[in-house]
Ligand binder design. Sequence first.
Ligand code: ACO
Length: 398
Amino acid sequence: DVVDVRSLTSKNLFTYDPGFVSTAACESKITFIDGAKGILLHRGYPIDQLAEKSDYLETCFLLLHGELPTAEEKEVFVNTIKNHTMVHEQLNHFFNGFRRDAHPMAIMCGVVGALSAFYHDSMDISNPEHRIISAHRLIAKIPTLAAMVYKYSMGQPFMYPRNDLNYSENFLHMMFNTPCEEKAISPVLSKAMDRIFLLHADHEQNASTSTVRLAGSTGANPFACIASGIAALWGPAHGGANEAVLNMLEEIGDVSNIDTFVAKAKDKEDPFRLMGFGHRVYKNFDPRAKVMKQTCDEVLAELGMENDPLLKIALKLEKIATEDEYFIKRGLYPNVDFYSGIILKAIGIPSEMFTVIFATGRTPGWIAHWNEMISNDYRIGRPRQLYTGSPKRDYPSK
Ligand code: ACO
């Protein structure tokens, strides 16, 4: 049920809804979620069907354009993205300004925002063609920048993208190959990478997407808007959770310590929470987590890591938390980040890069929402507040 409160402003009344738990900020045709039933649809298509039958770039097209592409449209789209994968050579110099031990998300906020300084030719936001070129540039260049961030932290040379590889193979190539050694990318790992990107592609008005919309509502350029989304995603309550899951598993250290950590998570005096558990919208199960768990099993089997100690802790934790009254009563189930962290670790991606991977996957969702907003009537986003500060008082006389 929806109550339209727009007329309240003319009566000088407004609603108070901290955290926007009951407030729709916009209309959207992109993604539908029913948290109670564990349903996630992109343009009407269930996420599990997309994960099984589609791939990441096709899902990007779907999010942006509203329909699945024909075979010809898909070929054109894939080639267009390939044409945009390189970043301006001058951007390479930006990296030297960052400390090597900088958090990858700190660098991502900077270098993605800096794309605005290079691609002026497509920044007339009132021009639909310009908006689509920006979308293509962002989807194509963000994985290149993400891999550069990793290479910079390792002190290794940047790898140029390869157009003979698919999107996820190319990403793993830019991450793990070197000019001295170019190994073939495992199809199981590239498929898993593609799934991780696809399962993160959009999730309606979450904190980072809402940030992108809010920034976009001021008329800010798309690269700046996406950089603001990356900043919002960084927090551990949102995209930072997959990194936090791995850190938590390492902190737990051994299956025998699990009970202590579960007790801490239940203790209201203790701020500790089980990372990777719970979701603002899904109070039954996260449909993405189901697919991610299956992918996790495939990757660990491919790499012969079924007995990985961290995985053992994760599986025991999952079992306890899904059987424990505290978690059941509050609808706290493993979310998508719980399994994606384990997969990424198995692939060899360090935990500081996890949120960067999330940002890469979420880019089409952010840009589709931005484009949807700009294509329709919109107003600058301007939340109100409930003022609880001091009443008017006079400045003390000296
Ligand atoms: N561990 C232990 N208890 C928890 C957890 C958790 N992970 N999450 C929520 N709870 C408890 C709260 O203490 C609260 O208990 P109470 O009712 O007794 O006070 C109850 O469950 C409801 O929690 P809220 O914080 O009100 O739920 P909200 O919807 O605001 O928060 C959130 C959702 C932020 C995801 C939360 O569950 C959390 O912090 N989870 C851990 C971080 C995480 O995994 N984030 C990833 C989210 S998914 C994504 O961004 C892709």
